[in-house]
Design a protein around this ligand. Structure first.
Ligand code: UD1
Ligand code: CA
Length: 454
């Protein structure tokens, strides 16, 4: 077997104690996907093999990796002894050989494939190590890039830095590319003689220089390399990613008058000429086709919206909602696991779950599919062109034929054939003069009320 062009090692053995959460840090999510899934998506775009280093007992992290990147090799770092020690937990993968070894952190999810490409390019261009650097607004806590005459000499960790070194604002982002031919030799020379008694990956720089190998720094924006240690930093990263996603869909021809109020998921897909009004939330797994309009305060998740359809304001599309072209789903309508045929309308106050609705059907205000009997879910079928009168309950399993009419306020418990009328409600009774008699008897006070006589 030939060696891979590239091996990306993702370090994710962190506990994330500063998140004050029972969940491992890399399972926290931004834009609807876990940090580890986000980083793995970038790593896979770098091409080549991927290895992930996780902490002991992190079965849930391993499961998430298997779900999103089944081809990635998972290694366990049994003791947390530093970033170089973590990289070497993947020794078996590294020893197989690759042209470039990329190291990225699982808690730095905003890094882009283009930046990883620049790091690899620097190694392809002859450097033994390329380090990603950035100008930090507040460098405290970061490793500093110590340079002289434009050359990178070493990386000094915050705890080991002299006051003069602490004043350096050019910092280590954490991502690094190493030439595959010398990577292991360098990594094996790293020791733990430092303030934290850890094996620092950053020491690779000074070691490579001592070996007379070339070392370079590649600079990027701080927003791209924000590390996540706290809930506040998680929210900041979310904001950066949301801005990127909004920009991407605006550039693709989507209209958003207030993009800063629209929340997207990493996997949201919007076609050109889609209009998204202010205050819309796209959860995971939403696809919106050309020309559809998503009106304000709608919440969509796991849903497909067909061409020219209109959704909202105040609509909720839950997983399995599939709207064909030109469907109208109006205010306070919830759709779950239901296919709505072309041109069908449910404009007000309805629940349509576990159902299929035929083309051009009209679902009146307040219609409810009663899909759950307390034990199991059942399906409702509404035929093409059917008309469901307002405030009807369709008690599943039930089917309404094509073109059938349902009288308002009905509770429908048995199937209705095509083109029939079904009415299922108490018959109306009208009693002439009854109200006038009531009022009269009350005003006299003594006489019996009219209903007592009946
Ligand atoms: C690290 C860098 C620092 C850089 C900063 C950028 C080192 C020694 N320091 O510091 O120069 O400015 O990142 O954010 O590399 N990890 C493991 N196992 C370990 C230790 C760490 O898997 O034993 C993983 C963590 O899960 C995390 C990453 O490595 O994803 C970085 O570790 P962290 O402890 O956060 O390093 P910093 O002190 O932030
Ligand atoms: Ca960190």
């Amino acid at each position: 077997m030939g060696r891979d062009a590239c091996l990306t090692v993702v370090l994710a053995a962190g506990e994330g104690t500063r998140m004050r959460s029972a969940r491992p840090k890399v399972l926290h999510a931004i834009a609807g996907r876990s940090l580890i899934a986000q980083v793995l998506s970038v790593a896979s775009q770098a091409g080549g093999a991927v290895a992930v280093v996780i902490g002991p007992g992190h079965e849930d992290v391993a499961a998430e990796i298997a779900r999103v990147s089944p081809a990635a090799a998972v290694f366990v770092q049994s003791e947390r002894r530093g970033t170089a020690h973590a990289v070497l937990a993947a020794r078996e993968a590294i020893a197989r050989g690759s042209e470039a070894l990329l190291v990225v952190f699982g808690d730095t999810p905003l890094i882009t494939p283009a930046t990883l490409g620049r790091l690899r390019g620097a190694v392809a261009g002859g450097a033994a190590i390329a380090v990603l650097g950035f100008q930090a607004a507040d460098p405290a806590g970061y490793g500093r890039l110590v340079t002289a005459n434009g050359e990178l000499l070493a990386i000094r960790e915050d705890k080991d830095a002299s006051p003069a070194e602490r004043a350096i604002t050019l910092c280590n982002a954490g991502a690094m590319a190493l030439d595959g031919r010398t990577a292991l030799q360098i990594l094996d020379r790293i020791d733990d003689r430092n303030a934290k008694h850890e094996f620092y990956l950053t020491d690779a720089v000074a070691i490579a220089r001592a070996m007379r190998l070339g070392v370079v720094a590649v600079e990027t924006e701080e927003d791209e390399v924000r590390g996540i240690n706290t809930q506040a930093q998680l929210a900041e990263a979310e904001a950066v990613l949301q801005q990127r996603l909004r920009r991407r869909w605006l550039d693709a021809g989507v209209t958003m008058v207030a993009p800063e109020t629209v929340f997207l998921s990493a996997d949201t897909e919007l076609a050109k000429d889609v209009v998204v009004e202010p205050y819309v939330v796209f959860g995971r797994g939403v696809v919106v086709e050309e020309g559809a309009v998503i009106r304000s305060f709608s919440h969509l998740e796991g849903a497909r919206v067909g061409k020219g359809a209109q959704v909202g304001p105040y609509a909720r599309l839950r997983p399995g909602a599939e709207l064909a072209a030109d469907v109208h789903i109006g205010n306070f309508v919830e759709v779950k696991a239901a296919k709505i045929g072309q041109g069908a309308k449910a404009n007000h106050l309805s629940y349509i779950g576990d159902a299929s609705v035929g083309e051009r059907a009209n679902i009146g205000a307040g219609t409810i599919t009663c899909n759950y009997d307390g034990v199991a879910k059942h399906r409702t079928e509404v035929g093409a062109g059917a008309f469901i009168g307002s405030n009807s309950s369709l008690v599943a399993p039930v089917s309404i034929g094509d073109g059938a009419y349902i009288g308002s306020g009905s509770v429908i418990t048995t199937d209705v054939p095509a083109d029939a009328l079904a009415i299922g409600r108490g018959r109306q009774v009208v009693k002439d003069g009854w109200a006038a008699r009531l009022r009269k008897s009350k005003s006299r006070g003594k006489e019996k009320p009219p209903h007592a006589a009946e």
